[in-house]
Design a protein around this ligand. Structure first.
Ligand SMILES: [Zn+2]
Length: 498
């Protein structure tokens, strides 16, 4: 759906909105999530945890958001986590050099391009200031995107807000390896906030200064990248790969991707398959999914192989996940920086584990799921909009409405709401306004089922159960509801089958 409609829906229903919005001049790129938005966001993470972290026997940690300077010296971020910026000498506005060049040339400007190379591109294509159209652009400079914080009373313990959650995973690796009683491959996950001083935050949740990440680092023995038993589960599964050689998306069997050396090995193909399956289960149609192979000069400084997992939206293809083969870059860097040996010994062999990373954006996933789920339809004279969200991502599984507030119906509905809560169903209660308005509200936030308590309920203990997408209604007995809702929640039955 168009970006404006997503923003309108988000503001109208309080899903997300600018942080500190009641104050003028609050910096952009920071977002708050309202009650229903926060619930959807939390469930996106919970879904990732259930469907990927737990099923793959990964372990999860919680790391601090502020880390000392030494960490980022060793990780390379102090030197390399830069954006090229260029200032206009006339109006003084600052812009990302690669972006304003790309806007003129309509091509991709590689991340690894040096500042003199960018200067010459600006000259060659006669790139002007996007604000005042002047051609008096200064020389391109690099700008480090990390946010500095000064810790302690004297403020001399220079630290940074982490620019990616994964650094704690590398720092904690030796301890987690020892205490988790696992051998390699070992996957360590973390969900949390990262911070990047973006020059131009834009497109709401797609380019933020504070961003949610769900990251997994899989540590493995590089000699065993093809000695990976679980691979058989996905060998015939087809990945949507957009290869550098032809720029087209092809459906490639995992076994062929390994055989033809399109990927570094079975372990990589296996996890790419798990990523694609995860987003199919979130509810994204397979044809809107692709893995884009990145060229040498497009990849981040720590990656040897990268597949950007992208989903097609109204704004075009959006990158949701960077799948990076980081080799031993990080553990080697932190071994040298901390003077602690982070290598492992397995089967009598001492080595530095390699890392395959699945780095997903929480807020980008949120945006893309909304884009994909938003539906508008006309039924007779009425038009309605609803979110076709997976019931496990919807803010509530079920809403309970009393038809009217009198004759004991309100009390009966409240009793039913408490009953459903006691079964741990995420339930919502609303007694205000017409039934039609109440349906419209819960449709728009994606609640899949509504139960209405009416006069018949008082006589025979039945209620109306309505399904969001089809608007189909069934009359069911209250005492069958817990089991029925559980099956509907897990997709083990449908409203038609009741
Ligand atoms: Zn200007």
């Amino acid at each position: 759906m168009p970006k404006e409609e997503i923003i309108n829906l988000a503001l109208r229903r309080g899903l997300f909105y600018p942080a500190a919005e009641i104050y003028p001049n609050s910096p952009s790129g920071f977002w708050d999530f309202g009650p229903d938005g926060e619930t959807i966001r939390r469930k996106i993470v919970e879904f990732w945890r259930n469907e990927l972290v737990e099923k793959e026997h990964f372990v999860e940690i919680y790391g601090a958001q502020i880390l000392p300077e030494a960490v980022f010296k060793a990780s390379g971020h102090l030197d390399s986590f830069n954006d090229p910026i260029v200032q206009c000498n006339k109006c003084k506005s600052l812009n990302r050099a690669d972006k304003i060049i790309a806007d003129v040339t309509k091509g991709i400007v590689p991340e690894s391009m040096s500042t003199p190379e960018l200067d010459s591109l600006i000259k060659k294509h006669n790139v002007k200031c996007p604000k005042c159209k002047s051609d008096q652009l200064d020389k391109v400079k690099t700008f480090n995107m990390m946010m500095k914080v000064n810790i302690g009373a004297t403020g001399d313990l220079t630290s940074y807000l982490r620019p990616e959650t994964c650094q704690s995973i590398f720092l904690d690796f030796a301890r987690v390896y020892k205490t988790s009683r696992q051998t390699l491959p070992l996957g360590i996950a973390q969900a949390g906030a990262s911070f990047r001083n973006e020059i131009a935050p834009r497109n709401t949740l797609l380019r933020e200064r504070e961003l949610g990440q769900m990251e997994i680092e899989i540590f493995f023995d590089p000699d065993k990248i093809n000695d990976f038993e679980k691979f058989d589960d996905v060998k015939d599964y087809k990945l949507n790969l957009m290869l550098l050689k032809d720029g087209k998306v092809s459906k490639v069997k995992c076994s062929d991707a390994v055989k033809k050396k399109i990927v570094s090995g079975k372990l990589v193909a296996y996890y790419l398959a798990r990523v694609q399956q995860l987003y199919e289960r979130y509810g994204i149609p397979t044809e809107k999914i692709r893995f884009r192979e990145l060229d040498d000069d497009e990849r981040a400084f720590y990656a040897k192989e990268t597949w950007d997992f992208e989903i097609e939206t109204d704004l075009g293809w959006i990158e949701l996940i960077a799948n990076n083969y980081r080799t031993d870059y990080d553990l080697k860097g932190h071994s040298a920086g901390s003077k602690q040996d982070l290598s492992v010994v397995e089967n009598g062999k001492k080595f530095m584990p390699h890392v395959f990373e699945i780095s997903a954006g929480i807020d980008r996933t949120f945006y893309v799921l909304l884009d994909n789920a938003f539906k508008k339809e006309k039924r007779g004279p009425e038009e309605r909009s609803f979110l076709d969200l997976n019931p496990r991502i919807a803010p509530y599984l079920v809403a309970v409405f009393p038809l009217v507030k009198k004759d004991g119906i309100k009390e009966k509905a409240e009793e039913l709401y408490q009953l459903l809560n006691s079964y741990e169903f995420d339930s919502y209660y609303d007694e205000k306004g017409s039934i039609g308005k109440r349906y419209a509200r819960v449709d728009e936030i994606g609640v899949p089922y509504v139960i209405t308590v009416d006069y018949d309920t008082m006589k025979d203990g039945t209620v109306t159960l309505r399904e969001r997408n089809s608007m189909e209604q069934k009359r069911v007995k209250i005492d069958t509801l817990p089991e029925l809702l559980w099956k509907l929640h897990l997709g083990k039955t449908t409203i038609k089958e009741i």
